[in-house]
Design a protein around this ligand. Structure first.
Ligand SMILES: Cc1cc2nc3c(=O)[nH]c(=O)nc-3n(C[C@H](O)[C@H](O)[C@H](O)COP(=O)(O)OP(=O)(O)OC[C@H]3O[C@@H](n4cnc5c(N)ncnc54)[C@H](O)[C@@H]3O)c2cc1C
Length: 277
């Protein structure tokens, strides 16, 4: 049986305190021996230097680092320079994304969709990088139809993606149905579920609405009912998300990717409850 991939995602911090906090988070999560740590990239290049800086720190700590690269509003020259720098620093995995056009910007740049970035990386760097792409079990909010979105996902795989990480979801059936559909279409790369621990309801609800991730009614109603009681939200959230992860792993998911929001606590607790360490 192939080894499962376990990974943790961070955003690049803005302040010296945030940088220190993330270092402490990484020290804690490194003990779990994940496959890699990934670092997000603000579309339009807004976090460019901070993403590169965080990635280089992770490499220097002896961990596998996977930078996200979102291509909208970017040029081939800029993408090539970043990839060359990563390659020279020993990075072996990248997460290739389109990103969303920052508000106010209208020029999409030289890449329109992630499949074009994947093809560019393969064309320029051969097999130097393991390329991850995004997948959407509940479908991307801008997709015209579910079928279109699947066809577009297939385009990324045909362009050379090695594996995929999903948008988060709380309904395991959506993931398994998506994987079945992919297999029926001849897509056989590993599709690793993205896991979002639940910490704050209002933030999660806002974000879920914008990225098209459904919070099932029973979870939403329970979370709403807890009001400002953060301890109950966290405790319920840990139960729900641990159960989801357990269902996914038992059902054959090829790993888990945690959206940590730079916190070690929730992912570590879920990890321990799953008996992964
Ligand atoms: C694991 C993960 C990590 C992420 N990390 C970041 C990050 O670091 N920074 C960031 O800014 N965002 C990030 N995002 C968000 C992501 O950038 C957005 O969801 C974005 O809207 C779509 O990116 P994509 O790479 O999936 O785009 P694409 O695969 O290009 O798809 C975007 C939309 O266009 C459609 N489409 C694709 N190809 C075509 C085509 N050839 N013709 C017509 N339509 C097409 C698709 O169906 C979809 O609706 C992440 C998402 C995930 C799941």
């Amino acid at each position: 049986m192939p080894t499962k991939t376990f990974s943790f995602e961070f955003f690049p911090p803005q302040t010296p305190e945030g940088i220190e906090r993330l270092r402490a988070t990484r020290r804690q999560l490194a003990q779990l021996k994940p496959t890699f740590f990934s670092v997000t990239f603000g579309a339009g290049g807004s976090t460019r230097d901070r993403t590169i800086g965080t990635i280089l720190e992770i490499c220097a700590e002896g961990q596998q680092a996977a930078p996200h690269l979102s291509c909208i509003a970017s040029s081939k020259t800029v993408a090539r320079e970043m990839l060359e720098r990563y390659h020279a620093s020993g990075v072996k995995r990248v997460v290739a994304l389109r990103g969303d056009l920052p508000s106010g910007l209208v020029d999409p740049g030289e890449f329109r969709y992630a499949n074009e970035l994947v093809a560019f990386i393969r064309g320029e760097f051969g097999d130097a990088f393991h390329i991850e792409v995004a997948a959407y079990p509940e479908y991307h909010p801008q997709a015209r139809t579910a079928q279109d979105d699947l066809a577009n996902f297939k385009r990324k795989v045909e362009a050379g993606a090695d594996s995929a990480i999903t948008q988060y979801f709380y309904n395991a059936d959506a993931y398994f149905a998506f994987v079945d559909e992919c297999q029926a279409q001849g897509i056989d790369i590993p599709i690793v579920p993205g896991i979002m621990p639940i910490n704050k309801f209002s933030q999660l609800a806002r974000f879920s609405d914008s990225c098209g991730a459904e919070i099932p009614r029973w979870i939403r109603r329970k979370l709403e009912g807890f009001g400002d009681d953060t301890a109950s939200i966290r405790s319920f959230g840990l139960d729900v998300v641990t159960q989801l992860c357990d269902q996914l792993i038992r059902g054959g998911a090829p790993g888990l990717h945690f959206y940590t929001l730079n916190q070690a606590g929730p992912a570590s607790v879920i990890w321990q409850r799953l008996g992964l360490s």
